[in-house]
Design a protein. Structure first.
Length: 294
């Protein structure tokens, strides 16, 4: 569906802010440096206000959320205040991702589209609230690759998890008759995948892996299998979060969750589960029935 130029610019700037998380801070003075993502985010919010995607209340909620996350990121570690602030940031992020905070007018990009014979129709929104939640968690509370060597090590450890997760999830989905092979490239492919990556995948992985799994693993580190327990909890909660899609969807999301959680466990960097997640979604969208057989 057509959206206004200002609305499109709002989401382009939000996506740019997510990409800018990996850029070094820009030095303003001897004592001050600003991360590039923050400028892009402010610009996105201003455009969103002008376009009607946000209103003053939702903009204020985002500002408060950023403040809580900043305090959590800079609090002394370990400390009770850091734990409480991180929990508060995670709760607000979850409310944003679930669209529970008012004042967001997310545009509908794809409306009741049937991609192939036998497939259920699907719609897709560009979600500023969920995208913003992912951005702030990613920028302030997630561990990221910070060098070429870290990226090389990450990619080396990630591709087996990507391959195994893709085969497991789509193999199980095909086996139970949820999808079937259906290779296609439609006019909506690029739009769908970009929107899915920036405004869904980043937020889900930042929350479930970068915050939830990471903090659980840290708190359980003194136990022999603590990090593995955190992995299992992350995967099971990820599956449960998809309960609205029904039992089969929960099963498939849980299988996927184990793959994404393992990618984070193996690398300790948020990029790994993001890569695994968007890879599974891309293969599903391009190579199989999307979203599922009716």
């Amino acid at each position: 569906m057509a959206i206004s130029g200002l609305t499109a610019l709002t989401f382009i700037l939000l996506a740019a802010a997510i990409c800018a998380v990996w850029l070094p801070p820009v030095r303003i003075s001897r004592r001050m440096a600003l991360p590039p993502w923050s400028g892009c985010f402010v610009a996105a919010a201003c455009c969103g206000l002008a376009a009607g995607v946000l209103n003053p209340w939702s903009a204020a909620a985002l500002a408060i959320f950023c403040g809580i996350a900043c305090l959590a990121a800079t609090a002394r570690q370990p400390s009770v205040s850091r734990i409480l602030l991180t929990a508060a940031a995670a709760i607000v992020a979850l409310a944003l991702a679930l669209h529970r905070l008012p004042g967001f007018n997310n545009p509908l990009l794809i409306s009741a589209l049937t991609l192939s014979a036998g497939a259920a129709p699907f719609s897709q929104y560009a979600s500023f609230d969920k995208g913003a939640a992912g951005l702030v968690l990613l920028a302030l509370l997630c561990r990221r690759a910070d060098s070429a060597a870290a990226w090389r090590d990450l990619l080396k450890k990630t591709w087996p998890a990507v391959l195994a997760t893709t085969i497991a999830v789509l193999g199980a989905a095909t086996w139970v008759g949820y999808v079937k092979a259906d290779v296609k490239l439609s006019q909506t492919t690029a739009l769908f995948l970009a929107t899915n990556l920036f405004f869904t995948v980043v937020a889900e992985e930042a929350f479930f892996r970068g915050v939830l799994q990471d903090r659980l693993a840290a708190s359980l580190a003194r136990f022999r299998h603590g990090p593995m327990a955190a992995l299992v909890c992350s995967a099971l909660l990820f599956g449960a979060a998809h309960a609205a899609g029904g039992g089969v969807y929960v099963m498939l999301a849980t299988i996927a969750g184990f793959g994404y959680a393992y990618a984070y466990y193996a690398t300790q960097r948020i990029e790994a589960p993001i890569i695994a997640h968007i890879a599974v979604n891309a293969v599903h969208f391009i190579g199989f029935t999307y979203p599922y057989l009716r």
